[in-house]
Design a protein around this ligand. Structure first.
Ligand SMILES: NC(=O)c1ccc[n+]([C@@H]2O[C@H](COP(=O)([O-])OP(=O)(O)OC[C@H]3O[C@@H](n4cnc5c(N)ncnc54)[C@H](OP(=O)(O)O)[C@@H]3O)[C@@H](O)[C@H]2O)c1
Length: 287
């Protein structure tokens, strides 16, 4: 039974392809640029563009299961093609930004508006579906690498507010379990890493791996706005990043505000990878 992995050259898709190949599964990997894919030899690399669904029928031939990277503009047509080709199971790379309280005819946040149409198309397809509603990726902190390499600091805001970021390989591990195993149909999995960690602690963890004293420098909102504008960041992204965390409740502090999900361990049978493990996997990027 062949599995088609879309987004196969992406941070999650690349791990998923490798994990499926390692599990001895027939894997087809979709990319817009097959010559540059650089995927494991055991995967069949095929060309195709999710924004141009007419390019997909050959990639879908003989496919029973699909991992779907979110391209909302064409999701409905892509799913229609998949169902016609015989796909019976679809696992969606979605986001914790999806909010089930937002009505179907309302837009919602950027993340909701990007992912929910894809989830909806899959839910209506009459296939077994699983949504991976992933929270923040640990991988986002790769954005710090140029500043850390050059100056040993990261400048930002909310350095003491924690999150529970997830290793991209764990998103892939849950995807592999949902694609290959039973009991995941109809699940909307909220996925996080194993523990809360603040940006200040993340920078310290990178420093420990490098043997360098690195520092998170807290900016005022005006300083941050000014810096990010000069770096060419779009204003809506800047305002999104400049959110003010609520005051920590007296009982439990910030830990009471941020959820750590047990789903990675429950679904895969292994603890979710820690931020220190993620840093060990990416330490060369920070040197
Ligand atoms: N970063 C976060 O904190 C976070 C949190 C929750 C959810 N998410 C969601 O996770 C997803 C990102 O996953 P990722 O990091 O694995 O992705 P990624 O590293 O950005 O890679 C996505 C891959 O998708 C492929 N792709 C893009 N457009 C395509 C198209 N039109 N047709 C075919 N392939 C296309 C590209 O491959 P080719 O160039 O080879 O075609 C690319 O390598 C997004 O939907 C994001 O919203 C992210």
């Amino acid at each position: 039974m062949t599995t088609l992995v879309t987004g196969a050259t992406g941070s999650v898709g690349r791990h998923l392809v490798a994990q499926l190949v390692q599990a001895g599964q027939p894997v087809r990997a979709l990319t817009r640029r097959p010559a540059a894919a650089d995927l494991p030899a055991g995967a069949e690399v095929v060309g195709g563009d999710l924004l141009a669904p007419d390019t997909l029928p050959a990639a879908l031939r003989g496919v029973a299961r699909m991992f779907l990277f979110a391209v909302p503009e064409t999701a409905q047509t892509v799913v229609d093609h998949a169902v016609r080709a015989g796909v019976r199971r679809i696992v969606v790379l979605s986001s914790s930004a999806v909010d089930d309280s937002v009505a179907d005819d309302a837009v919602g946040s950027f993340g909701h508006a990007h992912h929910r149409p894809v989830e909806r198309a899959v839910e209506r397809a009459g296939v077994a579906w699983t949504h991976l509603r992933a929270g923040e990726f640990m991988l986002n902190t790769l954005d710090w690498a140029p500043e850390l390499r050059a100056e040993g600091v990261v400048r930002g805001v909310n350095g003491h507010f924690p999150s529970a970021p997830i290793h991209e390989a764990d998103v892939a591990s849950v995807a592999a379990a949902a694609l290959l195993g039973d009991g995941h149909a109809g699940a909307k999995y909220f996925l996080t890493g194993p523990a809360l960690i603040t940006p200040v602690e993340q920078v310290r963890t990178i420093g420990a791996a490098l043997g360098r004293a690195l520092q998170f420098v807290e900016l005022t909102p005006d300083q941050a706005r000014d810096l990010w504008r000069r770096r060419g960041m779009p204003s809506e992204v800047i305002e999104h990043l400049l959110w003010s965390p609520p005051a920590p409740p007296a009982d439990g502090g910030y830990a009471a505000l941020v959820r750590v999900s047990p789903t990675v361990a429950e679904v895969t049978g292994r603890p979710a990878r820690s931020y220190a493990e993620w840093v060990a996997d990416h330490v060369a990027d920070f040197r």
